[in-house]
Design a protein around this ligand. Structure first.
Ligand SMILES: Cc1ncc(COP(=O)(O)O)c(C=O)c1O
Length: 372
């Protein structure tokens, strides 16, 4: 079985398992306690905060740990909406539901939301962003990279537009952190979402980067953890795992990019050679190095994957919507026909994917395709 679904989730890195195991066994204290058990847990949490801050070019006091990407997105969006109380928000029509659903809720509460269209590659344009700005625009939220196609948005350009006008800028970087360089200062983001399980850390833990002087309202109320922005006793061992995953990502990033680019090109080239008519969805280069979204001629992606289910793990649409055979809204927004969108499969490689695995995967995919 070859795992090519790393955008859905990644396995824990061995060093992450070790760090978490040690923490689970020896570090049960409550980080808020004044005694030495508390101090030990606090030290572990602060070390992880430093490791994560270091990966994204942030300061220690700019990281708020959350239960994952969904919560980080909700905190960014509702926290900003609560601060301003009313106003206009700009997003794109290809965001993850963890952004789109909070925005839908805000619309019901009287906020106005503009959903920017994307071009055939899946990019939003800075021009259309500028055209849609209003005097009361309070927030721009555009994902760093798309979970289905991997295309990377022009975030630094959007950041400059937002920063010049003093508009809060949030980016959901769930899929980017650990796969490509993400530097919050260079991107000009005020808020940025990080998800641990997308880069070999544990599930159920993530973070929101918040620029230090940005005002944000909490969405949970309780004690004063995480500067009052995320109350609740910290999930210490998962935070430790996230920190370790961030430290490893920083060390490995260059190599990961190189390998994943090479192997995903090899996968694409081989499939193109053996299955004429394959089409790439998204942009060939301005994308995550590990993600390959391709449409197979005259077959539904779900049917092909069903045939491959004991050989290759991949995904149609995104894993979060698995089991639903409607065309992906992301691919539809890029102008693809229903037929082409339904024939799409997303292969997402990981740091442990090898050339041998790609060769085996190609053989399996071609055989499965030709069996119909
Ligand atoms: C782009 C994007 N944002 C947010 C999330 C949500 O992350 P989580 O499921 O960890 O809350 C995901 C997960 O698939 C994602 O791909």
């Amino acid at each position: 079985m070859i795992y090519l679904d790393n955008n859905a989730t990644t396995p824990l890195a061995a060093k992450v398992v070790l760090a978490m195991d040690k923490c689970l066994k020896d570090n049960f204290g409550n980080p808020s306690s004044a005694h030495s058990y508390g101090a030990k847990a606090r030290t572990a949490v602060e070390k992880a905060r430093m490791q994560l801050a270091d990966l994204i070019g942030a300061s220690l006091n700019e990281i708020i740990f959350t239960s994952g990407g969904t919560e980080a997105n909700n905190l960014a969006i509702f926290g900003t909406a609560k601060r301003f109380k009313s106003g206009h928000i700009i997003t794109s029509c290809i965001e993850h539901p963890a952004v789109l659903k909070p925005l839908k809720y805000l619309e019901q509460q009287g906020f106005r939301v503009t959903y920017l269209p994307v071009d055939k590659y899946g990019f939003v344009s800075a021009d259309s962003l500028i055209q849609n700005l209003r005097k009361d625009t309070i927030l721009i939220t555009i994902m760093h990279s798309n979970n289905e196609t991997g295309i990377i948005q022009p975030i630094a350009e959007i950041g400059k537009i937002a920063n010049d006008r003093g508009i809060v800028f949030h980016s959901d970087a769930a899929q980017s952190v650990g796969k490509v360089t993400v530097n919050v200062k260079k991107l000009g983001t005020d808020l940025l979402t990080i998800v641990s399980h997308k880069f070999y850390g544990p599930k159920g833990i993530g973070a929101l980067y918040k620029r230090k002087d940005l005002e944000l309202e909490p969405i949970l109320y309780g004690a004063s953890h995480e500067k009052g922005l995320r109350p609740g006793t910290e999930n210490v061992c998962s935070i430790v795992g996230l920190g370790k995953a961030a430290e490893i990502a920083k060390k490995e990033l260059k190599g990961r990019v190189y390998n994943m680019k090479y192997l995903s090109k090899m996968l694409y080239d081989e499939l193109c050679k053996q299955i004429p008519g394959i089409k790439l969805n998204g942009h060939p280069s301005k994308k995550l190095p590990n993600t390959l979204n391709i449409s197979f001629p005259n077959i539904m992606g779900s049917v092909l994957l069903e045939k491959l289910k004991n050989e290759v793990a991949a995904s149609t649409g995104s894993a979060c919507h698995e089991g639903r055979h409607t065309p992906s809204p992301v691919l539809k927004a890029m102008g693809l026909s229903d037929k082409r969108a339904l024939s799409a499969v997303r292969f997402s490689l990981g740091r442990d994917t090898t050339e041998r695995q790609i060769k085996i995967a190609v053989t399996s995919i071609v055989k499965a395709y030709k069996s119909f």
